[in-house]
Design a protein. Structure first.
Length: 381
């Protein structure tokens, strides 16, 4: 290979957008692809596919400490948020209360559910994106919503909600609680979550599984109806032939969750080094050390975030300006404007998120190359 075609090593700092595949996942997907049967069919091939579906459901339920009957496979976190939040809201028909700092998919589900019920109310958040508990309590008593929608871990800021306190508030107010756990799985312990909430969402590709598959867990009780019509798959809650191969990959990724959790303290050390180094280069931190072990969100005043993303990309580092689903838009992140940043400040934000394979040397290298990139960007602006 000539020097000009040689690939330079890349460092990946965008684990919140998607995580690289966990060990064994691609093998599990490929093996499942060779199974010919439809899991709903009553013959040997069908039963083989069904058996794989059953063991995969067990692996996902194990992560939650939940029963398998309550796990519904979906096409990802976006669908799980819609099916869960809209389904719970339809059980009550009241208003929907939601944090403005949640992922756009949960916010969209809340608005849609609100139009079917008594509207959607936004509950104010602190500057780290967590709900202000006293305000949530007041809104619960004022609006008597049927459901509150939250994200356990914020995808842009990395802050982690006090789910236990919110669960108590909801129980006192007779309100159901739906929790987007997509960014929390494998980063914070979640095995008590099923005792605190009425529904939660997960997405495979945030824990090293394939893209395009996820799960919804629902507390037995509320009769959540499917959003589309069709067959009786997933106990009628999600019609359509299951994506058996992707689900097998999701299950394999779930088997790595304990190891990912064990690595969290190591990642927190890297996160703190990264945050301190960025601050030393003039960054204003939007995230705090109290949140997710892997997420740093900052802005460099006067420097547009997308210039830094491009500069670092050319230097071999993948970072992002915010959630991947909003990249390419000229609108600022709703999460960042929701915590009180101006449009200009929000457009300066960058998110760096790490994972189990990130090394301290990569953090050091990023900080070294960032100085000159910032200098060039400032001259350009
Ligand atoms: C907190 C959160 N919820 C939901 C989603 C959507 O998940 P998916 O990409 O599987 O639809 C994401 C993806 O970025 C997310 O970060």
């Amino acid at each position: 290979m000539s020097a000009s075609t040689q690939k330079s090593p890349r460092s990946y700092f965008d684990w919140n957008a998607t995580a690289p595949l966990a060990p064994g996942v691609s093998e599990a997907v490929v093996a499942a692809l060779t199974l010919p049967g439809n899991p709903s069919s009553n013959h040997r091939e069908g039963r083989q596919a069904q058996a794989l579906l059953d063991s995969s459901r067990e692996a996902v339920a194990d992560v939650l400490g939940a029963g398998t009957l309550d796990v519904v496979f979906t096409s990802g976190g976006t669908e799980a948020n819609h099916l869960g939040l809209m389904g719970l809201a339809r059980c009550g028909k009241g208003a929907v209360l939601v944090s403005p700092a949640v992922h756009p998919s949960l916010l969209a589900a809340a608005w849609r559910a609100g139009t079917e019920g008594d509207g959607c109310v936004l509950s104010p958040v602190h500057e780290d994106g967590r709900l202000v508990l006293s305000r949530a309590e007041a809104l619960l008593s004022e609006h008597r919503p049927s459901v509150l929608g939250i994200s356990m871990a914020n995808h842009e800021l990395g802050s982690v909600e006090d789910v236990e306190a919110l669960s108590c508030l909801c129980q006192s107010a007779g309100c159901l609680l739906f929790c987007d756990a997509v960014q929390a799985v494998g980063r914070v312990p979640i095995e008590t979550l099923v005792d605190l909430v009425d529904g939660l969402s997960m997405s495979a590709h945030k824990v090293g599984g394939p893209k395009g598959v996820g799960a919804l867990w629902l507390r037995p009780g509320p009769a959540v109806e499917s959003l589309v019509g069709g067959g009786r798959q997933e106990a009628g809650r999600r019609p359509g032939t299951q994506a058996v191969a992707l689900i097998a990959g999701f299950a394999e990724a779930c088997r790595s969750v304990a190891g990912r959790l064990a690595d969290a303290p190591r990642q927190a050390v890297l996160r703190d080094r990264l945050a301190a180094g960025l601050e030393a280069l003039g960054a204003i931190l939007h995230s705090s050390g109290a949140g997710l072990c892997n997420t740093v969100n900052v802005r460099f005043p006067g420097v547009p975030g997308d210039l830094l993303v491009t500069g670092l990309d050319l230097a071999g580092f993948a970072i992002s300006t915010g959630s991947a689903c909003s990249s390419g838009t000229t609108e600022p992140s709703g999460v960042l404007t929701g915590i009180g940043l101006s449009k200009e400040q929000a457009m300066e934000a960058v998110r760096l998120s790490i994972g189990p394979t990130t090394q301290m040397e990569e953090v050091q290298s990023l900080l070294e190359v960032l100085g000159p990139i910032l200098e060039r960007a400032k001259r350009f602006c």
